[in-house]
Design a protein around this ligand. Structure first.
Ligand code: B12
Ligand code: SF4
Length: 502
C-alpha cells in the first residue's frame, strides 16, 4: 500500500475594495481531514489567506495586492502556495463560495502547471455547479456532495496506486484520456450525523484566526479575548428557498438528500463541545446549522447545554422568524413566542437578526419558501417583544428579485423605514445575487436575466447583476445604498465603516 499525503488548501481571499477580508476557516476541511484521519491518511490544512507558523502575517496580510478585476487579493504568494503543495500527493481546494472562484481556479492552474502528476480535486456547491470550468483549470476530481464518505474512497484508491475512480459515487472525474465521467447518480452521504468523523479542528490555523480577530459575525465585546470555533449540530433544512444551494437537493439529485434535515444526538454534540473547549481551547462558539430550529424543542435544549458548558455563543446561523412566533386563537394568525424569546435570552443570546427578506407576500411566497409573510403576524409586535428582553435586533432584506416590480422594491424599503420606530438596531439590505447551484440561478439563466458569461467576481450583495428587470442594476444599487443610509443610525454606520480595510 502506498503512503499518501493530502493537502487541503483554502485559497487566498479576494474582496472588493471597501469590504472586509475575513479568512474562510469553514467546516468542510475539519470534516474531510477528520474522515482521512479515521482511515489513517495524513492530511494538512493550509489557509493561504493567513499562512502558517512559518509565514509572517506582516509580510502579506496587511499588504494585499490589487487583482486585474479591481478586487483585492489577501494571502501568501503563489510561490509559497507551490512550496507547500510540493510536499503532497494530492491537493484539494474548496469552492463553496462562487465569489471566490477566481482564486480557486488560479491556484489550480499554477499547481497543475508546476506539478502535473499531483491529483487535484475540488468540492463545494460552486465546484459542483461549474465543473467544466474546473476541469479546464486542471482539476481531476470534483466532489458533488457532502464528501466524508467519498474522500475516503478516493484516498484508498490512491493508496492502491490507482487513479481509476469509477467505483466512487458522488463525484465527477477525468479519465487518463481526458474523458469526464459523471458518477453523481450513485454514492452515499451520511444520514446519521453521529457517524460523521469528529472534525479535525486542530488542523485549522486557529491561533492565527484568533490573532487576526475577524470572526464572521456576532458581537465581540471591547477587549474580549477571541478564541472562537465553528460547529454544526445539524445539517439540512425543512425549507427550500429559491436562493439556497440545498433547496432542490433530494434523493436522486446530483448531491443527494443533503437538503433533508438531519441532526446529531445530544451526546455527540456534548462530545464535540468538550473537544472544542479542552483540546482546541475555544472560548466562543459559532453554531453554523442551516436551520438550528428545524426541531424547536431539541434546539432549545441543546443551546441551554452549550451555555452551561462554559463556552460563549458568538452567533447562531439559521434562525427563521417562523420559530420566533407561535399560533394564536385567531386562525392563521401568529403571535410572538415569548417563551422561546425569553429562553434565547437565558441561553445567552445577545442579538437576533430577523430575516424579513421582503415586505411583499407575493415575493415571500414565490422566492422565499413562503416562510412567514407579513399578512400572518405583526412585525412591530415581534420587534417590541424581543426588545423587551434587551436583545440587539437587526433585520435583513433582499431587494431585486428577477420579477420584482418597482412598487415592490419601494414597499420593502418603506417597510424597513417604518420598522425603525420599534427600536431596531440595524437594517441590512442585500441585492439578490443568484449563485450557481440554486433554483433562482437556473431561473435567471433560463429567462435571460443573467448572461451565460456572467462574472462570478461580481457575486457580492451590493452589486446588481440581473438584466431585463423592471428596476435596472444601477438604479437598484442606488436604492440599496440609500436604504442602508436612511435606515441605520450614524453609530451603526460608523461601526461598519470602521471594519473596512484595504
Ligand atoms: C459558515 C458559513 C459562512 C461563514 C464561513 C466561515 C466559517 N468559519 O465557517 C461566513 C460567515 C464567512 C460566510 C460568508 C459568506 N457566505 Co456563507 N455559509 C456558511 C454556511 C452556513 C456553512 C459552511 C459550512 O461550514 N458548511 C459545513 C460543511 C461541512 O459543508 P460544506 O462546506 O458544503 O462542505 C462539504 C461539501 O460541500 C464538500 N466539500 C466542500 N469543499 C470541499 C473541498 C474538497 C477538496 C472536497 C473533496 C469536498 C469539499 O465536502 C464537505 C464535507 O461534507 C454555508 C451553508 C452550508 N450549509 O454549507 C453558507 C454558504 C457557503 N455561504 C454562502 C454565501 C452566499 C456567503 C456570502 C456570500 C454571504 C454574504 N452575503 O456575504 C459570504 C461569502 C464569504 C466569502 N469569503 O466570499 C452560500 C454560498 C453559495 C455560493 N454558491 O456561493 C452558502 C452555500 C449558503 C447558501 N445556502 O446559499 N459563510
Ligand atoms: S431557510 Fe435558509 S437554509 Fe433553509 S432553504 Fe431557506 S435559505 Fe436555505
Amino acid at each position: 500500500m502506498k503512503e499518501i499525503k493530502i493537502l487541503l488548501l483554502y485559497p487566498p481571499e479576494q474582496s472588493w475594495p471597501k469590504t472586509m477580508v475575513k479568512p474562510n476557516g469553514s467546516l468542510a476541511y475539519p470534516y474531510l481531514a477528520g474522515a482521512l484521519r479515521d482511515i489513517n491518511v495524513e492530511s494538512y490544512i493550509y489557509d493561504a489567506c493567513v499562512g502558517n507558523d512559518d509565514d509572517s502575517l506582516d509580510d502579506f496580510f496587511t499588504k494585499s495586492s490589487v487583482l486585474p478585476s479591481g478586487m483585492i487579493r489577501t494571502g501568501v504568494s503563489d510561490e509559497r502556495i507551490l512550496e507547500i503543495a510540493s510536499n503532497y500527493d494530492a491537493v484539494g481546494i474548496t469552492s463553496i463560495f462562487s465569489q471566490q472562484e477566481t482564486q480557486v481556479l488560479h491556484c489550480a492552474k499554477i499547481i497543475k502547471k508546476k506539478f502535473p502528476n499531483k491529483l487535484l480535486f475540488s468540492g463545494g456547491v460552486n465546484a459542483k455547479s461549474r465543473s467544466s470550468i474546473f476541469f479546464a483549470a486542471g482539476f481531476d476530481v470534483i466532489f458533488t456532495s457532502e464528501s466524508e464518505i467519498s474522500i475516503q474512497q478516493v484516498a484508498k484508491i490512491m493508496q492502491n496506486n490507482s487513479s481509476d475512480f469509477s467505483t466512487v459515487g458522488k463525484i465527477y472525474f477525468k479519465k487518463k484520456d481526458g474523458k469526464i465521467i459523471d458518477n453523481s447518480h450513485f454514492g452515499k452521504i451520511q444520514i446519521d450525523l453521529d457517524k460523521l468523523p469528529i472534525p479535525a479542528w486542530e488542523l485549522l490555523p486557529n491561533k492565527r484566526y484568533w490573532e487576526i480577530g475577524r470572526p464572521h459575525g456576532g458581537k465581540a465585546k471591547q477587549g474580549q479575548e477571541l478564541r472562537y470555533a465553528s460547529m454544526m449540530t445539524s445539517r439540512g433544512c425543512p425549507f427550500s428557498c429559491s436562493y439556497c444551494h440545498i433547496a432542490e437537493e433530494v434523493e436522486g439529485s446530483k448531491s443527494g438528500a443533503i437538503g433533508k434535515f438531519r441532526f446529531k444526538s445530544d451526546d455527540r454534540v456534548i462530545n464535540e463541545l468538550t473537544i472544542l473547549k479542552n483540546k482546541i481551547g475555544a472560548k466562543q462558539v459559532f453554531i453554523e446549522d442551516d436551520s438550528i430550529f428545524g426541531m424547536k424543542k431539541r434546539a432549545i435544549r441543546l443551546l441551554k447545554r452549550i451555555v452551561g458548558f462554559g463556552l460563549d455563543l458568538m452567533d447562531v446561523n439559521g434562525i427563521n422568524m417562523i420559530h420566533l412566533v407561535k399560533k394564536s386563537n385567531k386562525a392563521g394568525w401568529m403571535v410572538p413566542d415569548e417563551e422561546v424569546i425569553e429562553l434565547l435570552t437565558e441561553v445567552g443570546f445577545k442579538e437576533i437578526v430577523l430575516p424579513f427578506e421582503s415586505a411583499n407576500p407575493r415575493i415571500i411566497k414565490k422566492w422565499c419558501s413562503n416562510k412567514l409573510a407579513l399578512d400572518r403576524f405583526d412585525p412591530g409586535e415581534l420587534i417590541k417583544t424581543i426588545k423587551k428582553y434587551k436583545l440587539y435586533v437587526g433585520t435583513n432584506y433582499m431587494l431585486g428579485f428577477p420579477d420584482e416590480t418597482r412598487k415592490e422594491v419601494e414597499a420593502t424599503v418603506s417597510f424597513a423605514k417604518k420598522m425603525q420606530q420599534y427600536g431596531l438596531d440595524h437594517s441590512n439590505f442585500y441585492l439578490v445575487m443568484p449563485v450557481p447551484g440554486t433554483p433562482i440561478f437556473d431561473y435567471c439563466t433560463k429567462n435571460k436575466h443573467l448572461p451565460l458569461d456572467y462574472n462570478p467576481d461580481r457575486f457580492q450583495w451590493t452589486k446588481a447583476n440581473l438584466k431585463n428587470t423592471e428596476v435596472g442594476p444601477k438604479e437598484l444599487e442606488k436604492i440599496r445604498d440609500n436604504a442602508w443610509e436612511m435606515c441605520n443610525s450614524e453609530e451603526f454606520k460608523n461601526l461598519r465603516r470602521s471594519w473596512i480595510v484595504g
